[in-house]
Design a protein around this ligand. Structure first.
Ligand code: CP
Length: 311
């Protein structure tokens, strides 16, 4: 069975199919009859969530998505403490075990590459979804981000996208950059302090795919012609021993930053946020991050539907 491990793995026609399916899920959830049809769609199937790192949106939206499609959910929300990992079980053995109970296993792990190891151990028995692996990737978040861009801007190409914040440890910035590189004429401006800048492997990938990019620490200069502003928090939990780091004031989206932006720009954030987008920004019509959260449900329904349908 197919796994979802990296933003790199998707072709553009597959992305279109997933986004169209998410649109259908949204519509079906709005009607009483269609909603109950959805709830019978994968009755008897089981989805497992194994989260070795904290989460609000990813775990709960995957579980809500599975339930909306009629599936059952088994879960360990703090697998590092409450699964047999604490007794020394490897992730490979855990996945071989959970594969006996569930058809899809959704995993978040603190180590980059851990979910690929789990997928190799699953040996085609079960579909594995990477729900975030350390400072590696978060491919389903990138699907949500690109789907939100498609809904709000009406296109996924020919966009000026500013990606800012902690780009060295932020896995969503990495996966979104890879997604954007699949489409023509997208230009990415990375905004960060030099010590938080995007890694060389992503820059190399962008060069290989012919995607233009620039890097700057001048947020206001970058914002003025952006179609999409994608902002991220400082990933304090991944900056070992430097818990006192703070994002500087000139990296905060506030009322002054809003004045710099175009009227038809959109502001996205994978959430959770700290102080890098002021709460006063939430009421601005360009702030789309809570719509992005809702889109996560429909994208994850589409993904589970696709994986269970392929059985
Ligand atoms: N965007 C995201 O991954 O949020 P959670 O950490 O709450 O799942």
């Amino acid at each position: 069975m197919k796994h979802i491990l990296s933003a790199k793995q998707f072709e553009t026609q597959e992305l279109r199919k997933i986004f169209d399916s998410a649109d259908q899920m949204r519509k079906a959830r709005q009607g009483k009859k269609t909603r109950s049809d959805l709830a019978a769609r994968h009755s008897g199937c089981v989805v497992a969530t194994l989260f070795y790192e904290p989460s609000t949106r990813t775990r709960l939206s995957f579980e809500a998505a599975a339930q909306a499609l009629g599936g059952g959910v088994i879960s360990t929300e703090n697998a590092g403490e409450f699964s047999s990992a604490v007794k020394g079980e490897t992730i490979e053995d855990t996945v071989r075990t959970v594969a006996r109970y569930a058809e899809v296993v959704i995993i978040r792990h603190k180590e980059k590459g851990a979910i690929e190891k789990a997928a190799a151990a699953a040996d085609g028995e079960v579909a594995i979804i990477n729900a975030g692996d350390g400072d590696g990737e978060h491919p389903t978040q990138a699907l949500i981000d690109l789907y939100t861009i498609r809904r709000e801007k009406g296109r996924t190409e020919n966009l000026k996208v500013v990606i800012g914040g902690d780009l060295v440890k932020g896995r969503t910035a990495r996966s979104l950059s890879m997604m954007l590189s699949k489409y023509k004429e997208n230009h990415i401006t990375f905004v960060s302090l030099p010590e938080l800048s995007i890694s060389d492997d992503i820059k190399h990938h962008l060069k290989e795919t012919g995607t233009t990019y620039t890097e700057t620490d001048d947020m206001h200069q970058a914002l003025h012609d952006a179609d999409v502003v994608y902002w991220t928090r400082l990933q304090l939990e991944r900056h070992n021993g430097n818990g006192n780091m703070k994002l500087e004031k000139n990296f905060v989206i506030d009322q002054k930053a809003l004045q710099t932006m175009k009227d038809d720009a959109i502001i996205l954030h994978p959430l959770p946020r700290n102080n890098e987008i002021e709460q006063s920004v939430d009421s601005d019509p360009r702030a789309k991050y809570f719509d992005q959260v809702e889109n996560g449900l429909y994208i994850r329904m589409a993904l589970i539907d696709e994986l269970l349908g392929a059985r």
